[in-house]
Design a protein around this ligand. Structure first.
Ligand code: AMP
Length: 407
């Protein structure tokens, strides 16, 4: 079966010209977007709860109709087949996959062949939850559409421009040389998209240095100068750095041995605790969702108040530290579910950075929610402040087309 050989109605092909399919295959969900060549039209959807009986696809058609399709048995492969069936009529010309780990090998998007697929699988050692699901997506498309070119767009690739001073850990050299233990960074497509967008809409002339804060359920920050990532908060794994929804972020590496000694906790138990039971959830004891915590804080819940204060303090402290990587500091860009929606959180983070001469236009800040894009510094601010909704799917489509020479 080839997408190029399927038929489509005139109306459909008119409105979605030469689209690229973007697939983000996770361990329990598959996010997808079909984006037209000029990026003006798209179809999006999400398969969630995969592996459970409640698995379903939430699909929005080109005309805006919302469909919900149950996936019998909740299986990954079946969900993917269903998604491809739903989209096949639009004759997609390429498929771009978000692949979480590209190791040291990949500093840009690459067309998938047998070698690349084998590398994605091999790099499972660095991303055990993600790379296998990404590889599964590539194989499913390969089986159904062998003639459609596929591209792997790595989450780590954007950060491959970091210098050794930023990417090496101060541990024995052999671990870096033999085992590739170093900082890689993640959320690369998001940091790339928002920093690029900031540079294209700012009125600041000359070179641009941005601190980008991707604050969602996962959180990371990056220092981007002239389009190149110079440092970022996530490291070997997406656990390092900022406090997140359920992840601790930075922690004393001595914690593992301490918990083993006092509680007999295994490395796996500590790892699970740091990844799934910490962060906003761990401190608030309520939820990993900032909306729930903000509501509880407004009712005086002391752990919710502390969770928000810690989240903002740690984010502000990290951004301040990352500013050291920038030769010039043009501004800060907020993105992700929290960065795009919580004006209070943005203001609190910036308050932590009060020694930088940052001045917030409070009214403007409040208006930048729900997908709005704009700046919110006041006239006397030392740096610009932006909210730029991230668009990782757009960036992946763009990189896919570029890797195939279609851009
Ligand atoms: P993401 O992972 O980028 O989809 O972001 C998800 C997170 O964004 C959620 O867990 C919420 O904590 C946060 N979020 C979304 N909308 C809001 C909002 N209106 N106010 C505060 N936080 C929000």
């Amino acid at each position: 079966m080839s997408a190029a050989n399927t038929t489509a109605t005139d109306e459909q092909t008119d409105t979605l010209i030469r689209p690229t399919l973007v697939l983000n295959c996770g361990s329990s969900s598959i996010k997808y977007a079909l984006i037209s060549e000029d990026a003006s039209t798209r179809i999006e959807g999400l398969a969630e709860n995969l592996g459970l009986d409640t698995a379903r696809i939430k699909h929005t058609t080109l005309s805006g109709e919302k469909l919900e399709i149950a996936i019998a048995g909740g299986r990954h492969k079946l969900a993917l087949q269903k998604i491809l069936e739903l989209l096949e009529q639009y004759q997609f010309i390429a498929v771009g996959h978000r692949v979480v780990h590209g190791g040291r090998e990949y500093s840009e998007a690459v067309r998938v062949d047998d070698h690349v697929l084998a590398e994605v699988k091999r790099l499972k050692v660095l991303a055990p939850l993600h790379n296998p699901a990404n590889a599964l997506g590539i194989e499913a498309v390969q089986a159904l559409y062998p003639d459609v070119p596929q591209v792997a767009v790595f989450d780590t690739a954007f950060h491959q421009t970091m210098p050794p001073v930023a990417y090496r850990y101060p541990i024995p050299k052999a671990l870096y040389e033999d085992e590739k233990i170093r900082r890689y960074g993640f959320h690369g497509t998001s940091h790339a998209y928002v920093s690029n967008r900031a540079s294209s809409i700012t009125k600041a002339s000359g070179s641009h240095g941005w601190l980008t804060a991707h604050l969602g359920n996962g959180c990371s920050a990056a220092a981007v100068y002239e389009g190149q990532s110079l440092d970022t908060s996530m490291g070997l794994t997406p656990l390092e750095g900022l406090m997140m929804g359920t992840r601790s972020g930075d922690i004393d590496p001595g914690l593992h041995i301490h918990l083993k000694r006092i509680l007999g906790m295994s490395l796996e138990e500590t790892d699970k605790m740091l990844n799934s039971e910490s962060g906003l959830l761990g401190i608030s004891g309520l939820s990993n969702d900032l909306r729930t915590i903000e509501q509880a804080a407004s009712e005086g819940h002391s752990d919710a108040i502390l969770a928000i204060e810690m989240f903002c303090y740690r984010a502000g402290k990290y951004l301040a530290a990352l500013s050291c990587a920038l030769p010039e500091f043009t501004g800060i860009v907020f993105t992700g579910g929290i960065g795009e929606n919580s004006a209070v959180t943005r203001a609190r983070i910036l308050d932590v950075m009060r020694h930088f001469g940052i001045a917030v236009d409070t009214d403007k800040n409040k208006t930048l929610v729900g997908g709005a894009e704009g700046s919110f510094q006041s006239a006397d601010s030392a740096v610009e402040l932006w909210v730029i909704p991230t668009d990782e799917e757009y960036r992946i489509a763009q990189e896919t087309r570029a890797a195939l020479g279609l851009a």
